[in-house]
Design a protein around this ligand. Structure first.
Ligand SMILES: [Zn+2]
Ligand SMILES: [Zn+2]
Length: 338
């Protein structure tokens, strides 16, 4: 039985979150109502934590289908991860499966322009529910999205570009938050045995080192122009510049980290004379969902280390404060007690 009222977070700005009681939304045509299982905190949400948000945020989530709107017919009880990028299914990119490149998205992103997962229920298009298999839990399903999906898709594009027969077999990851750590695990699953990592927070870097990553010293000149693939996973301008120094000629830099502030690129001789690719990527095609599950299965124990702590909706304020202070990696909110 779906209740008529639910609890939902409102991001007021200035680092304040209020939990409010609001009506449970009704699914429209082609949509389903999900009962939220888990919603992961994301570094990109920090901007909303400080500046406030028009709708309830939360874009890394899993839930259970509890109601179909007109024309939607997912089996009730389906457990799924939410693909946040609404896509038309008809444009030239959607027709070849590149839903992340949809040029006529019917509405905005879940958790950004439409209400997201820091609430007990939410409405999403049925086509955006990625059903979870029995061996992947609702909590683990959160990792299939940004942590694995976004990182894996971007890295695959880098590898396509960094294809010189003379290329280095070393990769680097700048920033060891969940996206950087996910990137490290994906590189290792793809056979990159020498991956160097850097994060100014030693505790975060230590997680990657415990998995076999090698430490990168940003000021050490021996790392300059050395790596075929460099993933920038922090969004900090200095980190972006470091990534551009680290990439070798013929290599590719993947810019995954986000930052609202203007970024000026200084076209130094070094930058002008290095033939390489700069790739910006933010999400993955929904057709990659199965591959993302396989990547999770390949190193499930390591991915699970990121998921901590699990808190109720009432503790979202404290969870964000700890997260913003860099004390946690991928905290999960569980808005429904059962
Ligand atoms: Zn995210
Ligand atoms: Zn489309």
């Amino acid at each position: 039985m779906v209740p008529t009222r639910m609890r939902s977070a409102r991001f007021l700005g200035d680092g304040k979150i209020a939990i409010e009681e609001v009506p449970v939304p009704k699914p429209g045509p082609g949509e389903v109502l999900l009962k939220t299982s888990y919603c992961g905190l994301c570094g990109s949400d920090k901007r909303l934590f400080y500046r406030g948000a028009q709708v309830t945020p939360g874009h890394e989530l899993t839930g259970t289908v509890v109601e179909n709107g007109p024309g939607a017919d997912l089996p009730l009880g389906t457990r799924g991860a939410v693909y946040i990028h609404r896509y038309c299914g008809r444009c030239k990119f959607c027709r070849v499966g590149e839903t992340n490149r949809c040029i006529n998205p019917p509405g905005g992103l879940v958790g950004w322009q439409t209400p997201g997962g820091y609430a007990q229920y939410l409405v999403v298009p049925a086509a955006n529910v990625i059903p979870l298999p029995p061996d992947i839990s609702d909590a683990e399903g959160v990792l299939l999205l940004d942590t694995i999906g976004t990182a894996a898709y971007g890295i695959k594009q880098c590898v396509r570009h960094a294809n010189s027969p003379a290329r280095s077999h070393e990769a680097a990851v700048v920033g060891c938050g969940p996206l950087g750590l996910g990137s490290y695990l994906i590189l290792s699953s793809m056979g990159w045995e020498a991956t160097y990592v850097y994060d100014p927070a030693q505790a975060r870097m230590d997680v990657a080192l415990s998995w076999g990553a090698l430490p990168l010293a940003p000021d050490d000149d021996s790392f300059r122009s050395r790596f075929a693939v460099v993933v920038e996973a922090s969004g900090h301008h200095k980190a972006r510049e470091l990534a551009m120094r680290l990439v070798e000629p013929g290599g590719a830099v993947l810019f995954l980290g986000e930052n609202d502030n203007p970024w000026t690129i200084q076209p130094t001789p070094e930058l002008r004379r290095k033939d390489c690719a700069y790739i910006r990527s933010y999400y993955f095609p929904i057709s990659a969902a199965q591959e993302n599950m396989d990547l999770f299965r390949a190193q499930a124990d390591r991915y699970r280390q990121l998921l901590h702590p699990v808190v109720p909706l009432d503790a979202l304020q404290e969870a964000f404060e700890e997260f913003a202070a860099g004390k946690t990696l991928k905290p999960l909110v569980k808005p429904n007690p059962e």
